[in-house]
Design a protein around this ligand. Structure first.
Ligand code: FUL
Length: 692
């Protein structure tokens, strides 16, 4: 009898132990974010501003010999930048204190190559100070971009440079108040001015900068700052492997602490990585990072910015959106307007969480305790969550609207302080009494948002179908977001045939050919049409059922390519580079570098520039990085009219636009000197000329 009671007591102690364990907060699952990473993650969106001597030379990367006297932004106003960023819902601004050219936006004690020798404010200006003050006024955090690569410094490549670099970092981290992020660009070493040496200096980014001690310095001077580094050492945050504005649909905030980081890991993270290194999606509101007037009509539109939002913040990343500053020192009105309208569109999309205050039911609740109940996922509190018992890896949470409700977005957040757990989930809707799967995805992390066609349902079921540890969900949101139509894309092929398209289903297009803004009274598009010579096509799409039209899509075309002939390349191959289609590519693989592309324009033109679109597949060879451009009247005597580099083409394979002093040409020659792979292939998705 005594034995029986003893057993009972022991059993109930054990059972209470289990219950107790299950009412305790779940143990962390793998690596977790630091407080600095948490603070950073919750910022969600912040801005970059790119401003330097490049702004005045129309370059992407300066060589380091550009004249400081060029820097004179007569209307410069960091308060305008801060106001726009604030209105655009951003939480901070990272300023390019020093880009690769080495020019400093603050009067550094350690170099003459700075604002102190520029005409701007008679050398008394300090752009970093003005930025810091404006951020303070608008309640924004300040971040610093300091390029490790310095094409001006005579010491770059030598040990002395590291002292110089750290001295500059110290100036920036001690004189301008709290810094939330420092940004170390991955572009490192190559040719440059280097104090007049004009040579190529190669370094190993992993060892040259002695990052460990640089990080110690940062931690000492700015303990609350996160470090972004794509230049050889894992910092607190990671690049996502592209500057186009998206991170993988599967996105783990984990990486391995040591070893090389292959592209896939940058883009998707590592499920079982042993360090917390979340993704920052960096991209520009225009194609390029610095201001180029020819991109005034290429500013990302609200629908494009919304895509960016879903592909970054909606995929467990943060969004670092760049504003190129114009030579006068201001953000272009279109960039400002689109960014602010974008913020309004986000607010409108997520204004009402339809799940809020609705009846919930969970398949399992940790220790059956209210503390971990399903209601915690819809209470809008970031520190409460729905959690299940430890042994549970698949679980469902149902939200009952109580009446048919229309929605097209589903949002989920994990309580990442306890690690990232969910590997896969589905969303089902109860439509006319039947459960129907409406979306499925992989990871969640800090925030995941799914888009799907609008559905009307009485209940929604969120199913975690696979998880590394028991799921811990802090927030569920269901929304009915407005639909935005994309600006149409416009292409012209070699025969002069213009085609207008969109990814949206069902809209009608209206267009103009004289540069005027299209309206519903403009010409209706009924299919491809021929429009030769120099024209500007502008088009909108309109959806009659929504009663909505899109932003304007526009494209400027130069002389007709109808009579163009490629010298020494078959017409069939050539078609790919003249067809206006960025996805078709022509490669020259049978020659040794330098590889020439010679085109007979059919007639003589006053040529003042050329355009080169590289292969859009960054894994393929043939993306030219260094070039020369020649013109000729007879295909015998050639005149060199331009040479240089397609600076950032590897990370950002954009249309490269180069202009030069006008020269008469019947023949043009693009000479490829080097490509990103260092082999003997030259590839061309599109080639065009710019004429007077
Ligand atoms: C790149 C740089 O090379 C670009 O010029 C730009 O600064 C961008 C943010 O990072 O890698």
């Amino acid at each position: 009898m005594i034995r029986f009671f003893l057993c009972k007591i022991i059993l109930s102690i054990c059972f209470m132990g289990i219950i107790n364990a299950q009412t305790k907060v779940p143990a962390p699952c793998g690596p977790v974010p630091t407080e600095n990473q948490m603070r950073w993650q919750e910022m969600e969106s912040y801005a970059f501003v790119h401003f330097s001597l490049n702004t005045y030379t129309d370059q992407s990367w300066g060589f380091g010999n550009e004249d400081v006297k060029l820097f004179n932004p007569e209307k410069s106003d960091c308060r305008q930048w801060a106001r726009i960023c604030k209105e655009a819902g951003m939480k901070g601004i990272i300023i390019t204190a020093k880009h690769h050219c080495g020019f400093c936006l603050w009067p550094s004690k350690y170099t003459e190559y700075s604002v102190k020798n520029a005409p701007w404010k008679n050398g008394k200006g300090d752009m970093v100070r003005e930025m810091a003050d404006a951020c303070k006024e608008y309640g924004l955090k300040l971040g610093i971009y300091l390029s490790p690569w310095d094409r001006n410094s005579p010491d770059y490549g030598k040990p002395e440079y590291i002292t110089y670099f750290r001295n500059q970092l110290t100036e920036l981290l001690t004189n301008y108040g709290p810094i939330f992020e420092v940004w170390f660009d991955g572009a490192n070493g190559g040719n440059g001015y280097y104090g007049g040496a004009n040579e190529t200096r190669k370094i190993d980014p992993k060892t040259y900068y002695d990052w460990k001690n640089t990080y110690n310095l940062i931690h000492k001077l700015q303990p609350n700052c996160v470090i972004w580094n794509d230049g050889g050492d894992r910092g607190d945050l990671r690049w996502v492997g592209t500057e186009e504005g998206s991170v993988g649909e599967t996105n783990w905030s984990l990486l391995n602490a040591t070893g090389d980081v292959p592209w896939n890991n940058l883009h998707f993270g590592v499920e079982n990585g042993n360090a917390w290194v979340p993704a920052e999606v960096n991209t520009s509101i225009r194609p390029e990072w610095f201001y180029h007037p020819n991109e005034d009509s290429k500013v990302k539109t609200v629908p494009q910015l919304m895509d960016l939002f879903y592909n970054s913040i909606g995929r467990n990343g943060s969004l670092l959106l760049n504003f190129p500053i114009m030579p006068n020192g201001l953000i272009h009105p279109t960039d400002g307007k689109n960014a602010i309208e974008f913020a309004k569109a986000v607010n409108e999309s997520f204004a009402v969480n339809l799940a809020m205050n609705k009846k919930t039911k969970a398949s399992n609740v940790r220790g059956n305790s209210e503390k971990f109940g399903a209601d915690n996922a819809i209470d809008a509190k970031k520190d409460s969550y729905w959690a299940t018992d430890d042994n549970v890896k698949t679980a469902s949470l149902t939200i009952d609207f109580g009446k048919p409700t229309l929605f097209n977005r589903f949002l989920a957040q994990e309580y990442i302080r306890l690690g990232q757990r969910v590997k896969a989930f589905t969303v089902e809707a109860l439509v006319d009494g039947n459960w129907k799967e409406i979306a499925r995805a992989t990871t969640i992390g800090y925030k995941r948002i799914l888009r799907f066609p609008a559905v009307q349902a009485t209940q929604v079921r969120f199913n975690v179908t696979d998880s590394k540890c028991s799921p811990v969900i802090s927030n569920i949101g269901i929304y009915d977001a407005p639909v935005f139509l994309n600006a149409p894309s416009i292409v012209r092929n070699q025969s002069g045939e213009v085609t207008i398209t969109t990814n949206d289903i069902g809209p009608i297009f209206y267009y103009t050919l004289d540069g005027s803004e299209p309206t519903l009274n403009s010409k209706k598009y009924t299919g491809p049409f021929v429009a030769e010579g120099k024209i500007e096509v502008k088009a909108i799409s309109y959806d009659p059922t929504l009663g909505k039209s899109s932003p304007v899509g526009s494209e400027k075309f130069d002389i007709s390519k109808k009579g163009w002939k490629l010298v020494g390349i078959s017409d069939e191959k050539a078609a790919a580079m003249l067809d206006g289609d960025p996805s078709s590519v022509c490669h020259q693989r049978d020659k040794k570098m330098p590889i020439d592309l010679v085109i007979d324009l059919g007639n003589s033109y006053n040529v003042r520039g050329f355009k080169y679109l590289p292969d859009q597949n960054k894994w393929s060879s043939g993306i030219i990085t260094t070039y020369e451009f020649y013109v000729s009247d007879d295909n015998i005597d050639w005149k060199l009219v331009d040479q240089g580099e397609f600076s950032n083409i590897k990370n950002n394979p954009l249309m490269q636009i180069k202009t030069f002093a006008p020269a008469m040409a019947r023949y043009i020659k693009l000479r490829a000197l080097k490509n990103t792979f260092g082999d003997d292939v030259a590839g061309y998705a599109e080639v065009d000329v710019i004429t007077e």
